[in-house]
Design a protein around this ligand. Structure first.
Ligand SMILES: *Cc1c(COP(=O)(O)O)cnc(C)c1O
Length: 465
């Protein structure tokens, strides 16, 4: 390469010279010397590779600036979830209530009474901060929380059935998002899976004949991301509780999403509530903090006092515990449930689910022309009806009527992909879904319309590109 170009290296300014350049020197304060030096070296070495001569110093400086900006921007970015899936696992599930954000922020800034009992002045337990609240809201005797619901299931299985059998219906051997497969979790928990019944039908007698001296627990799993329909039979939680009690074996109900309130108040189909699962007689119930509950990532275990005590004594609990930030956010989120009438106002997840389609439609009509202006003539923008879903395994087959914007570029599939990429490249990326030659933005979860408008400014597509 060096032979092809006579002496390009001689044209390049030195690192020191560039460090003293006024436009670069001011960046030392913000980015620090190592980062700035690194960006200069990278720029120079890229130029050397290109082996160009007569390079303008202003261009070099601009390239250094852009390298620094890219390196300084975070990879984990806030974005607009316009997918229509309210609890999108890949997009971080629940958005927290302002109360939870404030509590988490305080927990980050100050020392906390995390494991300190302010009444006695002695050591306390971190679970204490939410135990009473969770019991009050679910009717359970006792409660604890861990990192997420997968951890809750793992910990319960390990505590109650290590080296023993865990009985599960074949119709409930779920996989959630690849890495969480019930049989694998069981193996890791040290439990022996005892599958019973068939995929579509499991009867009380199947449980009865599997129960024996090897049984550690009966596990009921809420089939949260699919439904088996047709010629089916399952044993309800209440009947299972009777069977479990007769054999003196604990019944564990993994609810998955688990909601604290009846969703039919928002016109959605009813998901089983945690309180109902407790009332039906499960000895332990597990559920997520960041699904329908609308809080931070967490896994709750509620139920019998003696079993919660056993779970809490398990040394694994220490490895799965939640930190103070999430604990503070959990407490603040749970508190909102004391006033169910205002939950849709306070809790973003519920607010999104409860939004009337007429309101979303008006928003779509307002934003259609703004998007059309931003995109130019090559993209047809239309306000269209669409279907949202809850996501994260709640009511998997149910959709909620919604409204959105369909963006149809000329030029088919490749143009749609380019359009999606342009929206992903915005300062606050906008993520929609692609369907039938169009990029569709479902507006159910769009709270901040002004931010949406401002964010479009750098959009370059079609006519503009
Ligand atoms: C989602 C889910 C889990 C896992 O919960 P995470 O909070 O994602 O760890 C476990 N069981 C069921 C039934 C679920 O729906």
């Amino acid at each position: 390469m060096a032979e092809a170009a006579p002496s390009p290296l001689r044209n390049l300014p030195s690192v020191d010279r560039l460090l003293r350049h006024p436009d670069i020197a001011v960046l030392l304060e913000r980015h620090g010397r190592p980062e700035v030096t690194r960006a200069i070296r990278e720029t120079l070495s890229a130029l050397r590779e290109e082996a160009r001569s007569g390079i303008d110093e202003a261009l070099i400086v601009a390239s250094v600036l852009s390298r620094l900006t890219v390196r300084a921007s975070t990879r984990l970015k806030p974005l607009f979830n316009l997918t229509g899936t309210v609890l999108h696992t890949n997009l971080g599930r629940a958005i927290l209530a302002e109360e939870a954000v404030a509590a988490a922020t305080a927990a980050m800034r100050q020392a906390m009474s995390l494991e300190f009992d302010l009444d006695s002045g002695r050591r306390g337990e971190r679970d204490d901060h939410v135990r009473d609240l969770v019991c009050e809201l679910t009717g359970a005797e006792d409660a604890t929380l861990v990192n997420n619901n997968a951890a809750a299931v793992l910990l319960v299985l390990n505590t109650l059935s290590q080296g023993r059998e865990a009985i599960v219906s074949r119709g409930e051997l779920i996989e959630i998002g690849g890495a969480f497969r019930m049989p694998d979790i069981m193996a890791r928990a040290g439990a022996r899976l005892r599958e019973i019944g068939t995929t579509n039908r499991t009867h009380a007698r199947d449980y009865e004949s599997a129960l024996g001296s090897e049984t550690g627990l009966i596990l009921k799993v809420h089939t949260s991301n699919y439904r088996i329909e047709g010629f089916t039979a399952e044993v309800g939680a209440r009947d299972l509780a009777t069977i479990a009690r007769r054999h003196d074996v604990p019944l564990v109900n993994d609810l998955g999403s688990g909601t604290l309130i009846d969703l039919s108040r928002f016109g959605l189909r009813k998901e089983p509530t945690v309180r109902e699962a407790v009332e039906e007689g499960a000895d332990l119930v597990t559920f997520s903090g960041d699904k329908l509950l609308g809080g931070p990532q967490a896994g709750f275990i509620v139920g019998r006092k003696d079993l919660i005590a056993a779970v809490s004594r398990n040394p694994m609990k220490r490895a799965l515990r939640v930190d103070k930030i999430r604990l503070a956010a959990c407490e603040a989120t749970l508190k909102l449930y004391r006033d169910p009438d205002r939950i849709a106002e306070k809790l973003p997840t519920m607010r999104f689910l409860a939004r009337p389609v007429s309101e979303i439609r008006q928003q779509a009509d307002r934003l259609a022309s703004i998007l059309a202006d931003a995109l130019g003539q090559d993209v047809a923008v239309e306000s269209v009806p669409c279907q949202s879903q809850i996501g994260s395994g709640a009511l998997p087959l149910d959709t909620i009527p919604s409204f959105g914007l369909s963006l149809k570029p000329q030029g088919g599939g490749r143009a749609v992909e380019a359009l999606s990429a342009a929206f992903r490249g915005l300062p606050m990326p906008m993520i929609g879904r692609v369907a039938e030659g169009a990029l569709v933005f479902d507006l159910r979860c769009l709270d901040d319309e002004d931010l949406f408008r401002q964010n479009l400014a750098p959009l370059r597509f079609g006519a503009a590109s």
